[in-house]
Design a protein around this ligand. Structure first.
Ligand code: C5P
Length: 239
């Protein structure tokens, strides 16, 4: 199921590779975040990419344009399929990221990675956002940054389930929306630290291009079965 991305939120490369072996063929790709990448380094990305897996490198780059562009070039050369940056880094930073991804991929003869922006972290409340000097509702800032990302030539954004339909309406059908915070339905109902959740089918119906699922799959007694159940719910929601 192409639309189902699994967060490999585990502490070691060995565990990540084992999970990937278990899930390969039933899911659309694997997300590698700061924990695993900091612990194990780029070899885990190279290894999965060499096995043909789609790797979403979730390192949320946020720096001056030249530094972000260099990091994106390195991630592209590793074979990442999807890379993200913080939209708060601004238009020039995102343009540099998008252009470098395309240029690096073309020079190496590989498909360009999807470039995705994080708008407002879902851990930020309106109050937390105000403390950083941004007034107004969270969804206004999310919408503003999603439009800016689109204007910069990025392929899409990461968005909470509650933001998905607003962004879909604002940015059109071709814009990719990657949605974590998936619980309920065929996914586990244990919320962990997720607050505003939707089931896999609800998220797809709201306009998600991809859903990111971690613990409901990786902590399940049978991860492959858990992934297959979620894939089935996605398929039903698409019909
Ligand atoms: O285990 P769970 O399904 O909650 O994992 C969701 C994944 O998506 C985690 O890797 C988490 O860091 C990530 N994520 C999120 N909310 C965001 C952005 C990323 O849950 N807004």
């Amino acid at each position: 199921m192409d639309k189902l991305l699994i967060a490999l939120d585990v502490p070691s490369g060995g565990e990540a590779l084992q999970l990937a072996d278990t899930l390969r063929g039933s899911v659309g790709g694997f997300k590698i975040g700061n924990q695993l990448f900091t612990a194990e380094g780029p070899v885990i990305v190279r290894t999965l990419a060499a096995k043909g897996d789609r790797v979403f490198l979730d390192l949320k780059f946020h720096d001056i344009p030249n530094t972000v562009a260099s990091a994106v070039a390195a991630a592209t050369s590793l074979g990442a399929w999807m890379i993200n940056v913080h939209a708060a880094g601004g238009l020039k930073m995102m343009q540099a990221a998008a252009e470098t991804a395309r240029r690096t991929a073309a020079a190496e003869g590989r498909p360009a990675p999807r470039m995705i922006a994080v708008t407002v972290l879902t851990s930020m409340s309106g109050e937390a956002l105000a403390q950083t000097g941004v007034s107004g509702a969270v969804i206004e800032q999310v919408s503003r940054l999603a439009k800016l990302a689109q204007h910069a030539g990025l392929d899409g954004v990461v968005a909470s389930p509650q933001e998905t339909s607003v962004i879909r309406a604002l940015c059109g059908d071709a814009f990719e929306i990657v949605t974590p915070g998936i619980r309920g339905g065929s996914a586990s109902t244990t919320k962990n630290d997720q607050e505003r959740t939707m089931s896999p089918g609800e998220a797809i119906a709201a306009g998600a291009s991809y859903i990111v699922v971690g613990r409901p799959v990786i902590a399940a007694p049978d991860p492959r079965k858990a992934a297959e159940r979620i894939a089935e719910e996605i398929r039903s929601a698409q019909n």
